[in-house]
Design a protein around this ligand. Structure first.
Ligand code: HEC
Length: 132
């Protein structure tokens, strides 16, 4: 008799455990996209060239200090500081943005990540706030 109880509770445990695990997985939000090139010296070098090629420097300054566009070296980010948000902003996919929308049409996705890797390398804000 005892043995049947034991088997029964193990089976119940598996069913419940499996079920809860499934619910947990459903609750999790999709992870945000991360820049595959962050900290990669080659990509940062290329990103710097792209930053000038695409005229980012015209609005954000040669060293990202800002001008007509916002500074890119501080820890204030209008729409968020994570990789995915800035990727979308650079590619013109944030409806409220005032930055020009056209870069997504001319820039390859990979180039966008590389420019972002360059921007990250310029960051001079509070390192405890870094979440990328
Ligand atoms: C015509 C001027 C202009 C050009 C060119 C431009 N930007 Fe911007 N950028 C802006 C403005 C204006 C904002 C502020 C956006 C907002 O708050 O709606 C901005 C915001 C940003 C931000 C977020 C800054 C923050 O503090 O939240 C990033 C990152 C950025 N630009 C990157 C780039 C990159 C990379 C390029 C080149 C591909 C580029 N920008 C070209 C004007 C420009």
């Amino acid at each position: 008799m005892r043995r049947i109880w034991l088997i029964g509770s193990v089976a119940l445990g598996l069913v419940l455990g499996g079920h809860l695990g499934f619910v947990g997985a459903q609750d999790q939000a999709e992870p945000k996209k991360l820049n595959p090139f962050t900290g990669n010296p080659e990509a940062i070098k290329e990103g710097r060239q792209l930053y000038f090629l695409y005229g980012c420097s015209g609005c954000h300054g040669k060293k990202g200090g800002g001008g007509m566009g916002r500074p890119l070296i501080d820890d204030e980010w209008t729409f968020g500081s994570d990789d995915e948000t800035l990727f979308k902003l650079i590619r013109g996919q944030i409806p409220e943005q005032t930055m020009p929308l056209g870069f997504g049409k001319v820039m390859k996705e990979e180039e966008t990540w590389k420019v972002l890797a360059y921007i990250r390398s310029l960051y001079k804000g509070d390192s405890s706030l870094v979440n990328w």
